[in-house]
Design a binder for this molecule. Sequence first.
Ligand code: PLP
Length: 373
Amino acid sequence: MKNHIDTILVQSGNRTDAVTGAISPAIQLSTAYEHKGIGQSTGFDYSRTGNPTRAILEDTLAKLEEGQRALAFSSGMAAIQAVLNLFSTGDELIVSQDLYGGSYRLFLQFEKQYGIKFHFIDIRDESRVMEKLNGRTKAIFLETPTNPLMNEISISSVSSIAKEYKLLLIVDNTFYTPILQKPITAGADIVVHSATKYLGGHNDVLAGAVIVKSEELGEKLFIIQNSIGAVLSPFDSWLLLRGMKTLSLRMARHEENARDISEYLVNHDCVTDVLYTGKGGMLSFRISREEWVGPFLQKLKVITFAESLGGVESFITYPATQTHSDIPETERNRLGICNRLLRFSVGIEHVDDIIRDLENVFNQLKGEVLING
Ligand SMILES: Cc1ncc(COP(=O)(O)O)c(C=O)c1O
């Protein structure tokens, strides 16, 4: 029987060094490895191609997502770029319209430079997907839940279409992580992560991952990774492994806190909408007045106004000027990413302290309205 995901996470790296018995694997900084003779290799020759610390991380990532193989990259964007390198001029992809702004920017760049077409649509609507399908369509790329609007997309429903039309299904699993969702078991071919977020969990490592369902895809992506070279360094591989050990504990606490905070915000008169799926630690909300956004972000004392997510510390991000600033304003407004929308990565602090922080700031903003009219 397979171990539970919590056990796989905690045990990662243990029993990998038969010589010393080290529990925490060594950070193998060597870029080159001795050959005992021509054609003789320990399995490691040159660090871009393979590194022992990165290999432990990649094995762990493959197990977590139940894929055949995983590859670790120097950032989430490097991982997504490697996946896009599977496609050629004339190919078309159907992609979520509501996704990380950096992915949106990269897709537009590939469209301009390499003539790969991206159709940005609401993938929840099957008829829209069918409308965009044609003989040149090669893949569907989605984020679920979407970023920052927190809409869930059924991976298994989309995977039926992908299978029928022989398309690759690529899922960015950064927000839910394999603790809450395993895209490959739901029918995806490729999973990508910004491991900078929940997998790392401590805002101290920039990393990306690709996990694939088949050896064939693994080999193609390995050739791309090795050729381009945006691999994760040994130290960052070790940091990520160390961070991941507590992923399941952290996700449980993120979710517990997010549920309480969502309830608090739903009932607050300074907030018009709360977007939360009920799962995980990410939620978005619209503050009632646009002019409050700046002072709200400045007055927070526990929560930090910063542009990332998934770490132990609570962060609030302003998509309009940060993560989604590359999306034109009219398009943002059409999607609902308006200038009152804030994205909240709920941390694992004591929930009472987070709520008190919000309450203090809302009270100050309301007080200022009373004084200034
Ligand atoms: C959902 C999602 N995918 C990909 C990325 C890009 O990852 P990175 O910043 O590690 O390059 C991000 C970054 O915010 C993200 O939120």
